[in-house]
Design a protein around this ligand. Structure first.
Ligand SMILES: C[S@@+](CC[C@H](N)C(=O)[O-])C[C@H]1O[C@@H](n2cnc3c(N)ncnc32)[C@H](O)[C@@H]1O
Length: 220
C-alpha cells in the first residue's frame, strides 16, 4: 500500500492501528497540564481525537494537518466544538498570524521532516510561543545519532518486536519503512532544534531506543 497521507486507504489503515484510546490520550495530555487559558496546537492532528479531548479544557485548540482525509475526520470528530480551529497546511508553510500558543503537541508527526527541516520548523514557529510554553512530542526519537541507524538496526528491530508484541506482524512493514525512509532522528538533533527556537528539553522518557516522549519548555 502506498504510504501517503493523500491515500485514503493508508489513512484508514493508520488510524485503525495507531490511534490512541481515550485513556491513553488523557495520560498523554496530562503531561501538558492543560488549563482553560491555554491556546493549544496539535501539529499533525490526524483524525482529531487528541484535539477533541484537549478542546474540552483549553480556550482554543488548533489542529494542523496537510491531509484532506485526516482533516475531514477531524472536522467530523470536533463538529460543534466552537473553540476548535482546523488548519490545512504543511508544517513549514504554516504562519500562525496573530495566534500565540501556550501549549503544543506533535505525536508521530514531525519525523516526516528531515533534520534540517526540523530545525527550520522549530525556529519558524518559536516566535508564536510565549515564555514558559510547553511543547510535548512523542515520536521516533533515537537514544543515538541518526547516522548510526543502520548499525543499530538489529537492536531497533528486536526492541520493536518486543514493544509492539502481538501487533508486530501487522505493523512490521510500516515500521521498517518509517525507520529507513522517513526521518526519525536522535535526541541530540531535537535538543539542537528546540534550542534554536529558545526551548529547553525539560523531560524525556525513552520508551525504547527508537521511541520517546519529550517535553520542551520555552525559556526565552
Ligand atoms: C502518523 S500521523 C499522526 C497523527 C496523530 N498525531 C496521531 O498521533 O495519531 C502523521 C500526521 O501528520 C501529518 N503530516 C505529515 N507530514 C506533514 C507535513 N509536512 N505537514 C503537515 N502535516 C503532516 C499527516 O497527514 C498525518 O495526519
Amino acid at each position: 500500500m502506498e504510504q501517503s497521507w493523500k491515500n485514503g486507504d493508508f489513512v484508514d489503515h493508520y488510524n485503525k492501528i495507531y490511534s490512541m484510546k481515550n485513556d491513553q490520550i488523557a495520560n498523554y495530555l496530562e503531561c501538558l497540564s492543560l488549563n482553560s487559558d491555554d491556546v493549544f496546537i496539535d501539529f499533525g492532528c490526524g483524525n482529531g481525537d487528541m484535539l477533541f479531548e484537549a478542546s474540552k479544557i483549553v480556550k482554543l485548540a488548533a489542529g494542523l494537518d496537510m491531509s484532506e482525509d485526516q482533516l475531514e475526520l477531524a472536522k467530523e470528530k470536533t463538529k460543534g466544538c466552537a473553540n476548535v480551529q482546523l488548519i490545512k497546511s504543511d508544517f513549514l508553510s504554516y504562519n500562525p498570524g496573530d495566534l500565540i500558543f501556550s501549549k503544543a503537541s506533535a505525536r508521530k508527526s514531525l519525523h516526516h521532516l528531515t533534520d534540517d527541516e526540523k530545525v527550520r520548523f522549530i525556529g519558524k514557529i518559536a516566535p508564536f510561543f510565549k515564555k514558559d510554553s510547553l511543547f510535548l512530542m512523542e515520536d521516533g526519537i533515537f537514544t543515538f545519532d541518526r547516522s548510526e541507524t543502520e548499525e543499530k538496526l538489529p537492536q531497533i528491530m528486536s526492541e520493536a518486536e518486543v514493544y509492539y508484541n502481538r501487533k508486530w506482524q501487522n505493523i512490521k512493514e510500516d515500521f521498517t519503512h518509517c525507520i529507513l525512509h522517513e526521518f526519525p532522528t536522535g535526541i541530540n538533533l531535537w535538543e539542537k532544534a528546540f534550542a534554536s527556537g529558545g526551548f529547553e528539553i525539560i523531560n524525556r522518557h525513552h520508551i525504547t531506543c527508537f521511541y520517546a516522549r519529550i517535553i520542551a519548555k520555552k525559556v526565552v
